[in-house]
Design a protein around this ligand. Structure first.
Ligand SMILES: [Zn+2]
Length: 188
């Protein structure tokens, strides 16, 4: 089994909920987990916060290179919103970590969560990086806010936020800005 696991999917697919659950279980088992958030997306300090308000403390890292220190010291490392990291740099870091881990005979694991598609449907490259390194990719889905069917996309329902995303700026928000949609309701 690969030590690299990625939870991917749209917003409102309970990816963060999955990370919080794994954090709590591994903490109970005494495995000293650490939760990490890319600093560019930190809303109000560093936390993993689910859409229903549950949260755990996390640490901020500025770039993928910043992960190395935590991968050296913690047997279970969890990262949310990983699409905010540079995918090429992430690939270098993870490749180096996998080689070093094997050489040292360590049993550490890395669990990542993030969006597979941006708000206008363009793929984020980090998922391919994880696959190329032999990682396991678990696909999550949400529920379409219009019809209740499976939603694989998140659309932007706020015009200013859509403009900012189109311009390449990071936008953080909840249901006031974003909405999960099936393929038939991308424009409703
Ligand atoms: Zn729908």
């Amino acid at each position: 089994m690969s030590p690299l696991l990625a939870h991917v999917g749209p917003m409102f697919a309970q990816k963060t909920t999955t990370l919080v659950r794994v954090y709590r279980i591994t903490e109970t088992l005494g495995l000293d987990p650490v939760a990490i958030v890319p600093s560019i997306l930190a809303r109000s300090g560093a936390t993993f916060t689910t859409h229903d308000g549950d949260s755990i403390d996390a640490v901020l890292v500025h770039t993928a290179n910043g992960l190395l220190d935590y991968l050296d010291r913690h047997p279970v490392v969890l990262i949310d919103e990983v699409q905010a990291m540079d995918a090429a740099e992430l690939g270098e870091v993870l490749s180096g970590w996998l080689n070093k881990r094997a050489a040292l005979g360590r049993r550490s694991v890395l669990i990542l969560a993030g969006l597979d598609l941006d708000a206008v449907g363009r793929p984020f490259p980090w998922v391919d990086v994880v696959r190329a390194l032999g990682g396991v990719v678990a696909q999550h889905t949400a529920v379409c806010a219009v019809c209740g069917r499976v939603a694989q996309r998140t659309i932007v329902v706020d015009p200013a936020a859509l403009q900012a995303i189109t311009d390449g700026q990071p936008v953080v928000g909840g249901p006031e800005l974003f909405s999960p949609r099936c393929p038939d309701h991308l424009t409703d």
